[in-house]
Design a protein around this ligand. Sequence first.
Ligand SMILES: *[C@@H]1O[C@H](CO)[C@@H](O)[C@H](O)[C@H]1NC(C)=O
Ligand SMILES: *[C@@H]1O[C@H](CO)[C@@H](O)[C@H](O)[C@H]1NC(C)=O
Ligand SMILES: *[C@@H]1O[C@H](CO)[C@@H](O)[C@H](O)[C@H]1NC(C)=O
Ligand SMILES: *[C@@H]1O[C@H](CO)[C@@H](O)[C@H](O)[C@H]1NC(C)=O
Ligand SMILES: *[C@@H]1O[C@H](CO)[C@@H](O)[C@H](O)[C@H]1NC(C)=O
Length: 457
Amino acid sequence: MKWPSSATLVALGLLNNMASAIPLDVEDEDSVKDAAATVAFDMMSYYTGNRTGDTPGFLPDPYYWWLAGAMFGTMVDYRQLTGDRSYDDPVRQALMHQMGETNDYNHQNVTSQMGNDDQGFWAMSAMLAAETLFPDPPEDHTQYVPAVQAVFNEYVMRWEDEGDLCDGGLRWQVYSTGEGWDYKNTISNGCFFNVAARLGRYTANDTYLEWAERVWDWVEGRDLINENYEIRDGTHIDFDTMTCPGMDRNQWSYNAGIFLHGAAVMYNSTGESIWRERVEGILDNIEEEFFRDGIAFEPICEPLCNRDQLSFKGYLLRWMAWTTQLVPGTYDRIHPVLIRQAEAAAATCIGTADRGIPGTACGFSWTNSSDTRGGYGVAQQMNVLAAIITTLIGNVDPPASLENGGTSIDDPSGGRRDESPYQPPPITTADRVGAGFVTAIYCCVAIGFFTSLSMMK
Ligand SMILES: *[C@@H]1O[C@H](CO)[C@@H](O)[C@H](O)[C@H]1NC(C)=O
Ligand SMILES: *[C@@H]1O[C@H](CO)[C@@H](O)[C@H](O)[C@H]1NC(C)=O
Ligand SMILES: *[C@@H]1O[C@H](CO)[C@@H](O)[C@H](O)[C@H]1NC(C)=O
Ligand SMILES: *[C@@H]1O[C@H](CO)[C@@H](O)[C@H](O)[C@H]1NC(C)=O
Ligand SMILES: *[C@@H]1O[C@H](CO)[C@@H](O)[C@H](O)[C@H]1NC(C)=O
């Protein structure tokens, strides 16, 4: 791997081993790229999957598998927005390896605890690779878009129709053995919506767009997206009454972001004004809900978020940035917001973690850079990297499609067609590697659920 140039390190005073913050002048593209290189370097210093004997695509404990998928997506954006190709090999290797033997981001090391959202974050990173012309896998390997289509096909198979529990939707968990089998969460359905919309735009195949619409309609029909475009966490299944009475009303920034971006893709593909209205409505809610004095903030948990929640606001910014490319007119609204985030976020990169460059580890609370209670780690780096690189969104090409420069050739035949959603594949010892990566979300969802129930009284 190529690390930040020695010129950057000299500029930072690091060759003299001086602790230092990350200088950032948002008006100066080189300054933005240098700052991003340092944050990316510190983030990738957590990654060990590229070492001999380790598994490509996995982050070491305590980081969950889905977070690694999100991290590689952030690196795909990093390359596209800064032009730095130093990490192409390990990023491509991870995106390829984690497709697994079934070429669907649901392989036997991780399947026992598979959530539809976990699989979706890897699929969205592969989709982004196709949209940004990230180097394709070799010809004899499954390509990015077919792997995403495989995930889509499995979502279709797992979808519960009208008349089933909650009249439709995807459950959180893929298999009945996973905690969360009784929960239909918005992020899983958001992954389906986002992936379907993007496949529709990329391949110009209306079947995908129709599915995206169906998913939106279900989420809206359950009031998980309400008339003010507040987007709630999910709905619980009550197996005694076979209904879905309760709702976790918490608003998380990644749910808002994933639907914002999917709606922007739908607008771009269809030109229908309803999607534009939805984009504007979600943006209004985002500005109200997820910013404090104009700075991104995770209202439910900041500053003491768990390892998953810590990463949400970075995705929000990346999805906002791509929205500017898909819905003309939103750039002038969103870009100034991104600039403010970059400045506030980079100002927190004054810490010293157990790895990376001393004095450059980034914090979690951007509203107060001396509040270090959020700690250091992959998610904190990923958020700040997102904030810095997205300021460059106006410089790059719109997402590619097959008609417009895309090189990842589609193949709608992927995915397991014989999977029974009620029966997980036989558990092997390898499954333990993946076990437990959803537990953290689960306890917080449960807490949020009971909190909202008591608030509803
Ligand atoms: C690790 O990454 C480096 C630099 O990107 C690459 O050259 C190397 O092949 C990778 N190692 C493995 C084992 O793939
Ligand atoms: C599954 O785990 C084995 C053993 O650690 C490893 O060799 C293999 O590469 C892993 N497969 C994937 C797709 O991660
Ligand atoms: C879709 O995005 C492209 C690229 O940014 C843009 O040129 C086009 O006008 C957009 N389509 C619509 C319907 O806005
Ligand atoms: C910022 O955080 C520090 C450390 O937690 C705290 O002492 C200070 O009061 C905070 N400042 C504001 C304006 O909240
Ligand atoms: C469009 O996508 C659907 C769903 O995967 C697939 O069945 C169909 O074959 C695709 N059509 C074309 C022309 O590729």
